[in-house]
Design a protein around this ligand. Structure first.
Ligand SMILES: Cc1cc2nc3c(=O)[nH]c(=O)nc-3n(C[C@H](O)[C@H](O)[C@H](O)COP(=O)(O)OP(=O)(O)OC[C@H]3O[C@@H](n4cnc5c(N)ncnc54)[C@H](O)[C@@H]3O)c2cc1C
Length: 383
């Protein structure tokens, strides 16, 4: 059976590696870091992703570490709860009619443990891929210090700054948002302060929209932040901004903060010879809707199935199908979420919020909206 290299031991690279290992491939994962990343980024797993992880027999362990979120809510900064969508209406569409709230850093060790149970599979830490070289039928990953490994295929899952993508010469077109996103993880129980909270809440406001979401460890508050102010100044004024979300008569207890520059970009091709790009290496988007990691995991599973079929046409088709999903679904839904949250035109805003209430009140409309937001529609279309 073929040997495959995967650059990057993030959620996407490790999913690809495990899916390939279960199909009998020998897989070596090359990870630049000395350990798995512990950074707190993605925290929402959508139903189709849970199904795919279940097929890989890792969903149970992830469910044990996460929080099941059967609803998510739209709120208005001043008026409070606008509408709550209940994923139970998807019970006929998926084995997992809910979102799972769990940090991506809890998934990667599970995936790696399962991967290492397979023969001819390993993870090499401290192995930063710097470039790739191809000959007919083979591909090599090359580290900055000259180490090289050869295989039949290389999957570039080495994140947004992918060295594999750069080595292929594939461009990464798109735009960068004018704001950065500041994520504050707080040691507070927000349900004691605000009525009607779900575990995920999109809070509309023309000036200071935000997202409030629960992970097993913390509540997180995501706030838009100017592009060019010093990080320290933003952290210094965070306390006041949190009091604007809710004032308990004392400062919020902030556990930690992270600042992200956010882009919407898609690689000009997801396949270049014997190299496939997956996850953030292939597409990046804003985190509103929780689509980035989820769609990257869908890339990984689609590539493993295509590689197992062994037909060149199937591999090309999987790469182009996943690029179509990134362009037509992930980019457009995430950007629409951003535009809607910050709508300043009062009429547009009122119409949109009325539409959300009507959707939540009608199970047929709710199912149609949820099939899209929970990514079931995009996976069905790609299949
Ligand atoms: C605040 C925030 C919240 C988010 N929330 C969500 C969410 O709820 N749901 C969701 O679906 N997405 C979310 N995302 C997006 C999500 O975090 C990313 O889409 C996801 O991490 C992509 O996974 P990946 O494996 O492709 O890349 P990464 O997680 O970036 O992993 C890449 C790996 O490659 C390694 N690496 C880098 N360069 C090299 C190299 N040259 N050689 C070898 N290894 C290398 C890195 O060390 C890392 O381990 C969020 C993002 C942010 C910033």
């Amino acid at each position: 059976m073929n040997r495959i290299l995967v650059a990057g031991a993030g959620p996407v690279g490790l999913t690809a590696a495990l899916a390939l290992a279960r199909r009998g491939f020998g897989v070596t994962v090359l990870e630049a870091g000395e350990t798995l990343a512990a950074e707190s980024r993605a925290s929402t797993f959508h139903p189709p992703t849970l199904e795919m992880l279940d097929d890989l027999e890792v969903a149970g362990e992830l469910l044990d570490r996460g929080l099941v979120s059967r609803t998510f809510a739209y709120r208005d900064r001043r008026a409070g709860l606008v509408a709550r969508l209940d994923l139970s209406v998807l019970a006929g569409d998926t084995r997992f009619p809910y979102r799972l709230q769990c940090e991506q850093s809890k998934l990667t060790p599970i995936l790696m443990n399962h991967l290492l149970r397979h023969q001819r599979c390993d993870v090499l830490f401290g192995w930063p891929v710097a470039s790739a070289a191809q000959t007919p039928g083979r591909v090599a990953a090359i580290a900055a210090d000259g180490r090289a490994l050869e295989a039949d295929w290389l999957i570039g899952a080495d994140g947004a700054h992918s060295a594999v993508r750069r080595a292929t010469g594939v461009s990464f077109e798109g735009m960068t948002y004018p704001e950065r996103f500041l994520v504050a993880s707080v040691d507070e129980e927000l349900t004691e302060w605000m009525d009607g909270l779900s575990l995920v809440n999109y809070v509309y406001d023309p000036v200071e929209w935000c997202v409030l979401l629960r992970t097993p460890d913390h509540w997180r508050v995501l706030l838009p932040t100017p592009a060019d102010t010093p990080d320290e100044a933003e952290v210094a004024r965070l306390g006041g901004r949190l009091l604007g979300v809710h004032d308990p008569g004392r400062p919020w207890r902030v556990a930690h903060t992270s600042m992200y520059r956010v882009h919407q970009r898609v690689a000009s091709a997801f396949r270049s010879g014997r190299v496939l790009l997956a996850g953030d290496a292939a597409h990046v988007n804003n985190p509103l809707g929780g689509l980035g990691m989820n769609s990257g995991i869908h890339d990984a599973v689609a590539y493993a199935a295509a590689l197992a079929r062994g037909s060149d046409d199937a591999i090309t088709a999987a790469a182009s199908q996943r690029r179509k999903v990134a362009l037509e679904y992930v980019q457009s839904v995430s950007h629409q979420n951003y535009e809607r949250l910050r709508t300043s035109d009062p009429l547009v805003r009122a119409t949109h919020l009325a539409g959300l209430r009507a959707t939540a009140a009608d199970p047929v409309k709710a199912r149609a909206a949820l099939l899209r937001s929970s990514m079931i529609a995009s996976v069905r279309e790609a299949a």
